[in-house]
Design a protein around this ligand. Structure first.
Ligand code: ADP
Ligand code: MG
Length: 694
């Protein structure tokens, strides 16, 4: 087993080994930066104090940090709440040094009357006097070299004195070793970056605001190092995973052609491309781990279905896991019909299947009499045993945790894994959070789809909306009406949905059905089924229809209190319409008094139909963690880099890593040793062990 390279040992010592850092301070430092010396080194300043302003007092401007050469004139000791004032002057004017709760004997010793001192701190105007509360420095003459001209200001934690932290960081920096260069010399030259050590020192010695910017070359270099470590780690994990053997599952042309002929449509070129990549993975002998991305309605399900044929042809089984009961049953309906035409046995298992029916499915599954099992979380249960599971398909993968996917994987022998998502993931996030998976996107939607026309309307004009959908329903069109669910008050929202269904029934009668999460599954399915068949024309629902539901005849979706939804969620909801050939509409009803930002967000959704653009906007407005839901995303935390603005560095790093591994897949070159140090520096120990260097 490999261990951290020796050259890094000093950096991974505890901060308590630094002079002046005891256990109590170490605890505070751990909160602000971390436990190790390296954490202090990478704790970069957020500001800088310029102490080079050295005016005569008569000329000094209040409001600035000033360094003054003064004589101590007078001590006015305070009592009670009154502070002590030490009057100092330089012949051109006077300044009061102000101290709260200072000990008299200490002050007399520090600032004896008649002596000269160099004083530095924030100068303020107080009534008609100049004052400086608690100067940062009070130095005897002759020790001026101890006064920093430019002093870094660090992000703090309560209870930790700035001076203490600064000293600890200075001490930490003296421990930082020179490290071998891991960056490509031509990149360094092109970017004009310093070496790692020089960059580190420079980043901690800012002189002006510009030195603190992300684009300052020392900071940029350190950010790139961090991003490179991230990208290299992911690539090594990816490489290692693809070197794991997987079962070769080729799909014969005959079978594929037969299945394609059975489809009621022709695959789009994006679907064809995605399918061929996936089938390529499956027959390669390596274990597939791929993310299939495609905007809502791009037709991912059929691609997954066709991929499952490769497993089934080999006599093995496949499973498709969906996040909701409704969705699993919908997949069941379409894929069972398709399965019949191509001669494979498809079954559905959800939490609702109980007793004999469930037993029967489990028995057939175990005996290998089911080829493709579609289900929900019920699939994780121990009692669910496959005869030979070779492919796992996870629909709407962001709805599942890593653990759940793993639990399913353990039901087969190194099964291939295909994850699908309609959440558009901006490229930067894709690279940094999912860089260990292969991915492919379906870029377009099936032909004949019309863009969805989206508009924003204040709730005050709801009557017009009701009249409008009435006309559409009279023409035979079908309408979704979505009511929001806010977690803390699910019940009252439910009541709101019920009320809304009630009030719409007053207009439209029995053609209105209601579906929500709290309903008995049978009743909800019955409502959905009536809507899908056209028996009902208006479906009032909470977000149970958010993912995946497919009723091509629906042409209008009304979203009430749209301001309560996330952008990506609105886009998902909107994706429920525009699935047929008729023109579709999305009406966002917003509360009357919403904020400007809220209006702007809704505008962003209404002006583009492009899920990727919306995701980018979401990212801009909410930040990466929110967009992916940090809990499950595995999105790494960056301490120096800022992905929102440094996505260009991510792209460079990705190319860099591809090149490194293409030339030297086992990391044997001399640069490789330095790269291994980089991985350990950023604590990518696990990935570093996959690099085959000694
Ligand atoms: P999503 O990618 O959102 O999961 P679905 O797989 O539910 O999309 O597909 C949406 C709809 O498009 C379905 O009704 C499906 O039958 C249809 N569809 C899929 N591929 C095509 C195609 N190539 N041409 C026409 N319709 C298609
Ligand atoms: Mg889907």
């Amino acid at each position: 087993m490999r261990v951290r390279p020796e050259v890094l040992f000093p950096l991974f010592k505890s901060v308590t080994t630094l002079k002046g850092v005891g256990l109590r301070v170490a605890e505070l430092i751990a909160k602000a930066a971390g436990k190790h010396i390296v954490d202090l080194c990478l704790h970069l300043p957020s500001g800088v104090v310029d102490r080079s302003y050295r005016p005569k007092i008569g000329m000094a401007e209040p409001g600035r940090v000033a360094t003054l050469d003064v004589e101590i004139l007078e001590h006015n000791f305070g009592h009670g709440r009154r502070p002590t004032r030490v009057v100092v002057g330089d012949g051109t004017g006077k300044v009061d040094l102000v101290f709260f709760h200072a000990r008299q004997d200490w002050l007399i010793k520090q600032l004896p009357k008649g002596e000269h001192r160099l004083i530095s701190g924030q100068l303020e105007q107080f009534k008609d006097r100049l004052q400086m509360p608690h100067p940062d420095y009070m130095m005897a003459h002759g020790s001026e070299e101890g006064l920093p001209l430019h002093e870094p200001v660090y992000p703090m934690t309560a209870g930790l004195a700035p001076k203490t932290l600064r000293k600890a960081i200075l001490a930490a920096l003296t421990e930082a070793p020179d490290l071998p260069e891991w960056l490509d010399p031509s990149l360094i030259e092109k970017q004009g970056w310093p070496s790692w050590k020089a960059a580190l020192i420079a980043a901690h010695s800012p002189e002006k605001q510009a030195d603190l910017e992300l684009s300052a070359s020392s900071r940029e270099r350190l950010a790139y190092d961090e991003i490179l470590a991230n990208q290299l780690a992911l690539a090594l994990i990816r490489q290692r995973r693809t070197s794991l053997e997987g079962r070769p599952l080729p799909l014969s042309d005959i079978r594929l052609t037969k299945a394609l002929d059975a489809l009621p449509f022709r695959l789009t070129s994006g679907q064809t491309q995605a399918l061929s990549e996936i089938l390529g993975d499956m027959k390669s002998g390596k274990r597939m781990q791929r993310l299939l991305q495609g905007d809502v309605g791009s037709g991912k399900t059929v691609v997954a279905f066709l991929a499952s044929l490769a497993a089934i042809e080999a006599g093995a089984q496949a499973t498709l896991m969906a996040p909701t009961d409704v969705l699993a049953r919908q997949h069941g309906r379409t894929l069972q019909a398709l399965g019949e035409r191509v001669g494979i046995r498809v079954a559905v298992l959800t939490g609702r299947d109980k007793g004999k029916a469930r037993e029967a499915i489990l028995t057939r599954l175990c005996a290998g009499e089911i080829d493709l099992l579609i289900g929900t979380h019920a699939l994780f249960q121990n009692s669910v045993t496959f005869k030979d599971l070779a492919l796992i398909i996870v629909d709407e993968q962001h709805r599942f945790g890593v653990d759940q996917r793993m639990a399913l994987a353990s039901k087969g022998l190194a099964p291939h894994m295909l994850s699908m998502t309609a959440t558009p993931i901006p490229r930067t996030l894709m690279l940094t959070a999912y860089g260990d998976m292969d991915h492919i996107a379906i870029p377009e939607k099936p032909p004949g789809r019309q863009p969805i026309q989206t508009s924003v309307t204040p709730l005050g004009r709801i009557q017009e909306v009701i009249d409008g959908i009435g006309r559409a329903m009279a023409r035979g069109e079908r309408v979704y009406w979505i009511c929001p669910l806010v977690e803390e008050s699910e019940l009252s929202d439910l009541a709101a949905a019920e009320d809304r269904a009630e009030s719409l029934r007053a207009y439209f009668g029995e053609t209105v059905v209601l579906a929500h999460g709290q309903m008995k599954a049978q009743d909800r399915d019955a409502a959905m089924a009536r809507f899908a068949s056209g028996e009902a024309k208006l479906l009032v629902a909470t977000t149970v229809v958010e993912v995946g539901v497919d009723v091509p005849e629906a042409t209008i979706i009304v979203i009430e209190h749209a301001e309560r939804f996330g952008l990506a969620q609105l886009h998902q909801l909107r994706g429920r319409v525009g699935r047929g050939e008729k023109k579709s509409f999305c009406l966002l009803l917003r509360a009357d008094g919403v904020s400007e930002t809220a209006k702007q967000r809704l505008l962003a959704v209404s002006t583009t139909d492009d899920g990727f653009k919306i995701a980018e906007e979401d990212l801009r407005l909410r930040g990466a963690g929110e967009v992916l839901g940090t809990r499950q995303s595995g999105l790494p935390k960056f301490r120096i880099a800022n992905l929102d603005v440094q996505s260009n560095l991510v792209a460079i790093a990705r190319r860099d890593v591809d090149l490194i591994l293409a030339r030297d897949p086992e990391l044997n070159s001399s640069r490789a040793n330095a790269l291994r140090i980089l991985l350990y520096l950023f604590e990518r120990d696990a990935a570093a062990r996959y690099a085959r260097v000694g």
